[in-house]
Structures are given as C-alpha cells and as structure tokens.
Design a protein around this ligand. Structure first.
Ligand code: 13P
Ligand code: SF4
Length: 335
C-alpha cells in the first residue's frame, strides 16, 4: 500500500470520508473529467446534490432513475453522489461493480427512523401482510420487504397488490398517508419521517403565496398532509421538475429539498422558483446528509477509489428480491 493510500485509509476510518488536502489551484471539473475517462467511471447524482456536482454528473435523477441507471451502466466504477441507501441500492443492483460514495456518513433521517431489529418485531404482528418499503431504507430493511417503491412508482406498486391482501408500508408515514388517500387502500404505517420534508411552515407558505399569487405550490409526497392539502401538484423530484417544464405556469413555490431548484432554473431559465419556507430560523431546507458531498470529496473519492460500498453476498441476495419486484412492476408500467 502506498503511503498516500495508507494515509487516505486512516482518514477514512476516522471521518467516513478522505479528509486530505486538495490543492486549491486545481480545476476540479477538469480533474474529475480526467478521472472519469481514466477509470471508466460514471457519476450518478441525485437532484438534491449541490449545483457543481449536478453539473459534472453523467446522469442526474430521482431514486428510480438512479437505480435503473445503476443497473444498466457498463462503467467499471459507479460514483454515487447521493446518500448511503442509494449507493447500497446501486451495489445490490450491480454487485460486480465498484460503487463509491464520497462520504460514508451521508445517511438519511428517514432510513434511520426504521431500525431493522424493531421493524422485524413489528412485522411479526402482521404475518399475512405484504410489506412495501420506500427505497429510503437500509439494505437490511429491504431484506424484510416484499416490494420496494419510490415516490415515482409508489401508486403503481400499491395498486399491483391484490385487493384482498393487507399491506404494511414503511418507513415514511407522510408518503404512506398520501398513498392511503390516493389508492383507497388502508395500510398499516410505520411511524418514520424525513427531517427535511417535515420542516415546511404552513403559515409562511401561505404568506409567500399572498406575495406571489401566480405561483403554483409544488410538493414532494414526503411532506406532511397539511402541506400536501394546499399543494397544486404533488410528485417525486423528477415529477416536480417535469411539471415546472411542461405545465405552462411561470412561478413555483417548491416544497422539497432546495437542490432541485438548480435543475428547474437550468431547464426553465425564464421562470421563477421560490423555496418553500421552513419553520426554522436559518431559513434553510437543505438536506444535511445530501449536502455532505462536496466537489473536493468527489475528487478525492475518485482519485483513491475510496470510500467503497461493501455488502455481503447474502445481504445482496436477500435485499435484491424486493428491488427486482419494484423494477419489474415499474417496467410494466412504462416508468
Ligand atoms: P425522489 O428523488 O425519488 O423523489 O426521492 C426524494 C428523496 O427524498 C431522496 O432522498
Ligand atoms: Fe433522507 Fe430526507 Fe435527506 Fe432524502 S431529503 S436523503 S429522505 S433525510
């Protein structure tokens, strides 16, 4: 092991990422492009990543699109600019590839709100129920799941389950309540939530609507019911983006993580986008997990091929079945 790799590994163990100095005069865009070619690597980025990372990515998408891309790419290395459960899903779908995540501590409050050992006990109370889990959960939770879903395909997934079958939905209670309303299926809900989507202030949104009466309120279904009730459109990140491009309206109040506004502004430079105001005083609705990734960490991760996602063959096999079912249902629905 070279000295620099050894040092990198030690830093990684301490911080979850490579805390090494990056020459401030380096053009990181150029360097990352070079590394992509040299290593036959692809960068997959979620819409909540910072603008520069979205701009250097080979593919930007929602959780479903990113999973489909991870399953079909012929790159040797998948660099996942997103959070841990997303990189895990990429590894499960492409186990022979090297999957890198710039910061292993980029977690997810929603995934953390459903510890597998507690869910296993909970599930024992409903042995006949079908378990549907939102993709925002750990690989271990996926092994306790019959079908995974994302916000793009959740309605299709629920509707694919025979009407005489009862359903447990985990881990997001807000998306779960939205799906109960939308599909008319009475599901048992796990009581989890996303810290970012529970932060929006109803009162401040109404005030913002008064200032911008032409603006449409668009919201992600991870938001609480009182926000979804006043929304003009509800959808996944790719659904929200598409709506801003195709609906014919020119102003939008955006109730989801603010990173998506980068793509909205790029696709519709003449339209106006206002982040939905949160309850907190710092007026920030960034996801602290998504925003752990930076250009410097991305560069170091590609240079040293660390941190890497490792999962046991057994875990991959057990978690994969529930993801494969989702992929089949999505493909049939043309999603
Ligand atoms: P989608 O991009 O699939 O809508 O998911 C949003 C999200 O919270 C990802 O963490
Ligand atoms: Fe998880 Fe919420 Fe961050 Fe998405 S926005 S990664 S659901 S904490």
């Amino acid at each position: 092991m070279s000295q620099s790799i050894e040092k990198a590994q030690q830093e990684l163990n301490k911080h979850g990422y490579l805390d090494l100095e990056v020459d401030p005069t380096l053009d990181l865009f150029e360097e990352i492009e070079k590394l992509k070619k040299e290593k036959n690597a692809i960068i997959l980025a979620h819409y909540y990543q910072e603008g520069d990372i979205q701009d250097i990515a080979d593919y930007i998408g929602d959780s479903l699109g990113l999973s489909q891309k991870a399953a079909s790419t012929d790159a040797d290395i998948i660099v996942f600019a997103g959070v841990h459960f997303m990189a895990e899903t990429a590894k499960i779908l492409s186990p022979s590839k090297k999957v890198l995540l710039p910061d292993l501590k980029a977690g997810c409050s929603l995934a953390e709100s459903c510890p597998p050992h507690l869910f296993r006990k909970f599930k024992e109370k409903y042995p006949e129920h079908v378990v549907v889990s939102y993709i925002n959960c750990t690989a271990e939770l996926k092994t306790l799941t019959d079908i995974v879903c994302t916000s793009t395909n959740a309605v299709h997934i629920i509707e694919s389950i025979p009407k005489d079958k009862e359903i447990i939905f985990a881990p997001d209670r807000n998306l779960g309540k939205y799906l109960v309303k939308k599909t008319g299926r009475d599901m048992i809900l796990w009581d989890g939530a996303c810290m970012v989507h529970e932060i929006f202030s109803h009162e401040k949104i109404v005030k913002l609507q008064m200032r911008h009466p032409e603006a449409k309120l668009i919201a992600h279904p991870e938001c609480e019911a009182h926000i979804l009730e006043i929304a003009d459109y509800i959808g996944s990140t790719s659904g929200l983006l598409k709506y801003t491009m195709e609906s014919g309206f020119d102003e939008f109040i955006v109730a989801t993580e603010a990173g998506i506004i980068h793509q909205m502004e790029k696709k519709s430079p003449d339209k106006k986008f206002y982040p939905a105001p949160p309850n907190n005083t710092c007026a920030c609705n960034d996801c602290p997990h998504m925003k752990r990734n930076t250009m410097e960490k991305l560069y170091l991760c590609m240079k040293h091929e660390l941190p890497e996602i490792h999962l046991s063959d057994q875990l991959i096999k057990e978690a994969r079945a529930s993801i494969d079912r989702m992929m089949e249902i999505s493909a049939k629905a043309g999603l």
